[in-house]
Design a protein around this ligand. Structure first.
Ligand code: ADP
Length: 456
């Protein structure tokens, strides 16, 4: 609306207030140019041509032209247009010529009111040939038509146009505000609901493309927020569940020692052993949670160093020696030979440890585990294979998620449901490829690839 009004104020000022001034200045310039052109043409043209030329110019510029000789007698004269002040006005032409001669520039530019027609006239004149000894004179009469009538017409026209355009501008702004402002107001209201935790809020971006995009982005943000919210709830539920179980056992066995087995060293030791195991389990869980939260905070960057992978694998497998001997597990290690790798040794060690630990936990009755180190041109492939039940295709996607544990896992299998999440976080941090090949009933192969690292 403001823009429309501004345009019209400008139009009114220029069209109405300045119209007369514009018209006069244009007429003055035009008449002046005409005078110059005629005086130049006089010198170049044959006298026979000049007469026609004067008529043409008079018609073209809507002016009266009178050419006089040195004796001030009319030699060429255009047709008379309106009530002109030069044609047939001997006395006046004489006065104009005197005016020309008295002027140092040897020309006149008068604006005179014609008392008969009550209209302003521009009387321009100059000498022909040498100004000091003129061969003749040219006089032009150009009528300044009164602009009052024109202004009145324009005023009426502008009033009608202004009215229509103000109405149109009002309707357009109404439509635009509905199309642009309304969806944004709706989205803002919905975003406020979302901020208050209502994840079922609908973002309606009807209208133009940008508001639709904004609504889509907010819908996406809402989905992600609700997912994070759900994961957080799950995490708290899972952690508290996992903390509660060992704590209940700790309390139960401590009470048993106090009330029953305190005096029976065999029983007491057995119960104390359980308490120690449960404490270990608790410590493991808390450590895993801490590790994972550190890894996922994104604050941790790999701290790489160079080391020999074959020796490292041997060393980690060695750590399982106790359990292998005690429980009858066999870990078979095959290697393509020593190779230097460059990565965060502490974290990669944890990945290998978690994979072997899982393989022991989930391998079949034959208790066989295979660890392979395959040297490639651009890195080293590490595979950990077990002969367990395998993992169903659709579950493979889930097992790397935090706290996912298959429903059929046995209580005696020590685990927090965070092992593979830690594996995933570490490998992602290193940008290493990883995955699982699994056949139901035959076992699974967990693999990851330590790629060559540009030390620079
Ligand atoms: P946890 O072993 O403590 O349950 P993980 O994150 O290490 O947690 O593993 C998540 C789930 O993935 C396990 O509960 C199990 O169902 C499945 N899984 C992991 N490793 C294997 C494996 N080698 N064979 C079969 N299932 C496995």
């Amino acid at each position: 609306m403001v823009f429309t009004i501004a345009v019209f104020v400008l139009l009114w000022i220029f069209q109405i207030s300045f119209l007369e001034k514009f018209y006069e200045s244009i007429k003055t310039r035009d008449t002046g140019e005409c005078l110059e052109e005629i005086s130049e043409s006089y010198e170049k043209m044959e006298p026979t041509q000049f007469g026609n030329y004067i008529d043409d110019m008079a018609l073209k510029h809507d002016i009266c032209i009178e050419v006089l000789d040195r004796y001030r007698r009319s030699i060429y004269s255009s047709d008379v247009i309106g009530d002109c002040l030069i044609h047939g006005r001997e006395n006046r032409t004489q006065i104009y010529i005197i005016g020309i001669l008295e002027n140092p520039d040897k020309q006149i530019r008068y604006k005179i009111k014609n008392s008969r027609s009550n209209c302003d006239m521009l009387i321009f004149g100059c000498t022909l040939g040498n100004p000091d000894n003129p061969e003749g004179y040219i006089l032009l009469n150009s009528a300044l038509a009164p602009v009052g009538a024109t202004v009145a017409i324009i005023k009426r026209q502008l009033t009608v146009i202004t009215l229509w355009l103000v109405i149109l501008a009002f309707l357009i702004s109404l439509y635009l505000s509905k199309r642009i402002a309304q969806p944004i107001t709706n989205i803002t209201k919905a975003a406020e609901n979302l901020a208050h935790g209502d994840f079922r809020t609908k973002f309606d971006g009807r209208g133009y493309l940008e508001s639709k995009k904004l609504a889509d982005t907010l819908t996406y943000a809402e989905r992600e927020l609700s997912r994070v919210d759900m994961m957080q709830r799950d995490l708290i539920a899972n952690v508290s569940h996992d903390l509660r179980t060992p704590l209940t056992m700790l309390k139960a066995y401590a009470e048993m020692i106090r009330d029953l087995s305190g005096d029976n060293p065999v029983k007491r030791n057995e119960h104390l052993e359980i308490i120690i195991n449960e404490t270990d389990r608790l410590a493991l869980l808390v450590n895993d949670i801490l590790d994972l939260s550190k890894l996922e905070s994104g604050k941790q960057k790999p701290n790489p160093s160079e080391f020999e992978i074959k020796s490292k694998l041997g060393e980690i497998i060695g750590r399982f020696k106790g359990i292998s001997e005690k429980m009858g597990y066999s870990i078979h290690f095959t290697s393509d030979g020593e190779k230097m790798v460059y990565c965060d040794i502490v974290k990669i060690e944890q990945v290998i440890y978690n994979l072997i630990n899982n393989a022991i936990n989930y391998t079949g009755k034959d208790k066989q585990i295979f660890v392979r180190q395959i040297n490639l041109d651009d890195g080293v492939l590490i595979e950990v294979e077990d002969t367990g039940d395998g993992i169903e295709e659709e579950k493979i996607k889930l097992i790397f998620d935090k706290y996912y544990r298959s429903e059929n896992h046995k209580r005696e299998v020590v685990g927090t449901g965070l092992g593979l999440s830690i594996v995933k976080a570490v490998l992602k941090m290193h940008n290493y490829d990883y995955g699982v090949r699994s056949t139901i009933g035959k076992g699974s192969v967990f693999w990851f690839k330590i790629s060559e690292w540009d030390k620079n």
